[in-house]
Design a protein around this ligand. Structure first.
Ligand SMILES: [Zn+2]
Length: 194
């Protein structure tokens, strides 16, 4: 897996989002893991792309009305079947973390890469998603050495406000695929299917 000169992952489908801007210092020193599904708990469909493109149709589902018009994005999405979709080049600032703090530093969007797993808090993720995530992280760490081993869940940088990637995300499973990762301890409570 390679990251090209324009900071796009060669193996990802490109779906350029308008929701990005410049990183204040250019620093890339953290990867933040999220989950997302639209509508919540349903997988497949075009809606995550549409949210990050700013074209989610509010009329299509009651939940969409509450989030349509939000200007959000992530750098990368890993779908249930392992497909990689990239919305923002890694050297630009995507809008995924919101109000957040990592090791005493706020505004994590400034210096982090946002990686969404298609999923939700109460269902296990797919094996292919862990495998792809491990490959993506290793490609990121090769290209952006300041980010090596720096990994957090959205819930770690926005505690009380965000719960993703959630109790079903098995940090230990990611560790096993990528022994160098410095990830939070696993918390499996509340995961349906385990
Ligand atoms: Zn999140």
């Amino acid at each position: 897996m390679q990251i090209d000169a324009e900071h796009w992952l060669s193996s990802a489908r490109r779906c350029p989002s308008p929701h990005f801007n410049e990183r204040p210092t250019g620093e890339i020193s953290l990867a933040v893991i999220h989950n997302i599904s639209l509508p919540p708990g349903e997988f497949g469909g075009p809606w995550i792309d549409r949210l990050f493109l700013g074209t989610l149709p509010a009329s299509e589902h009651p939940y969409f009305a509450s989030i349509a018009g939000m200007e959000v994005s992530a750098h990368l999405l890993i779908r249930r079947d392992g497909e990689l979709v990239q919305y923002v080049p890694f050297d630009r600032r995507a809008w995924h973390a919101g109000r957040s703090e990592y090791q005493g530093r706020s505004n994590c969007n400034d210096f982090s890469v946002g990686i969404e797993l298609e999923g939700c808090d109460d269902q296990p993720f797919e094996a292919i998603q862990y495998a792809q995530l491990a490959q993506v992280l290793q490609a990121l760490w090769r290209r952006y050495p300041d980010a090596s081993g720096k990994l957090a869940g959205h819930s770690d940088i926005a505690p009380g406000r965000k719960s993703d990637p959630g109790p079903c995300f098995e940090w230990s499973r990611l560790h096993a695929l990528m022994p160098a990762a410095a990830a939070p301890e696993p918390d499996k409570t509340g995961c349906r299917g385990e």
